[in-house]
Design a protein around this ligand. Structure first.
Ligand SMILES: O=P(O)(O)OC[C@H]1O[C@H](OP(=O)(O)OP(=O)(O)O)[C@H](O)[C@@H]1O
Ligand code: HPA
Ligand SMILES: [Mg+2]
Length: 179
C-alpha cells in the first residue's frame, strides 16, 4: 500500500490533535442538548469512531450508506442510498459526520433528505474539505483540514475500496488510478 502513496499529507499526530479539537468544540456547542451523530459509510467510519471518543456529552449514533463514486476518482453525480438510518430523526439535533467534501454532491443530497424529515437541527462535520472540487455550494460547520485538489486515500478514504486502513491521509500516485 505504502508504495502507492506519493506523499503523506496529514500524519497520525495531526489527525489525532484535530479530532480532539473538533470533539471538544462539538461537546461545548451541544452542551445540555441531545445529539445524534450520523456516520456516512464507509469513508467516515474511522473519523467517526475517533471523533465520538472525544465528545464528552451523551450522544446516539446511526449510520447511512450512500455512494456516488463507485470505483472512479470523479463523482458520477448520482447519489444512491444503500442503507438508510435505523431511527427517526424528527425533533433531534443531527450531526452528519463525513470524511471529505469534494464536489459537495453527496452532502447536498443528504442535507435535502435529512432536512425533509423534520429534525430540530442539522449540521455537518467533515474531516477534509477540498474546495477546488466543488460543484455545489455547501455550508459546513466543522471542518478539520482544507486539502488540495488531489485524490486522497487513508483514514477511511479509499480508491476502489483499497487504502481505507492507512492511519494517515496520503496523496495517491496518479499512475495508480490512471493505469
Ligand atoms: O463531495 P463528493 O464529491 O460527493 O465526495 C465526497 C463523498 O465521496 C466519498 O464517498 P463514496 O461515495 O466514494 O463512498 P465511500 O464513503 O463508501 O467510499 C466520500 O466518503 C464522501 O462521502
Ligand atoms: O479525494 C478523495 N479520495 C477518496 N474518496 C473521495 N471522494 C471524494 N473525494 C475523494
Ligand atoms: Mg469512496
Amino acid at each position: 500500500m505504502k508504495e502507492d502513496i506519493r506523499e503523506v499529507l496529514i500524519n497520525e499526530e495531526q489527525l489525532k490533535n484535530k479530532v480532539m479539537k473538533l470533539g471538544k468544540q462539538i461537546s461545548k456547542d451541544y452542551e445540555g442538548e441531545s445529539l445524534t451523530v450520523i456516520c456516512i459509510l464507509k469513508g467516515a467510519v474511522m473519523f467517526m469512531t475517533e471523533l465520538i471518543k472525544n465528545i464528552e456529552i451523551p450522544i446516539e449514533i446511526d449510520f447511512m450508506d450512500v455512494s456516488s463514486y463507485g470505483n472512479q476518482t470523479t463523482s458520477s453525480g448520482v447519489v444512491k442510498i444503500i442503507k438508510d438510518l435505523d431511527s427517526s430523526i424528527e425533533g433531534k439535533n443531527i450531526l452528519i459526520v463525513e470524511d471529505i467534501i469534494d464536489s459537495g454532491l453527496t452532502l447536498n443530497y443528504l442535507m435535502k433528505i435529512l432536512k425533509s424529515r423534520s429534525p430540530k437541527s442539522v449540521e455537518i462535520c467533515s474531516l477534509l474539505d477540498k474546495p477546488e472540487g466543488r460543484n455545489v455550494d455547501m455550508e459546513v460547520k466543522y471542518v478539520g483540514f482544507i486539502v488540495p485538489d488531489a485524490f486522497l486515500v487513508g483514514y477511511g478514504l479509499d480508491f476502489a475500496e483499497k487504502y481505507r486502513n492507512l492511519p494517515y491521509i496520503g496523496i495517491l500516485k496518479e499512475e495508480i488510478y490512471l493505469s
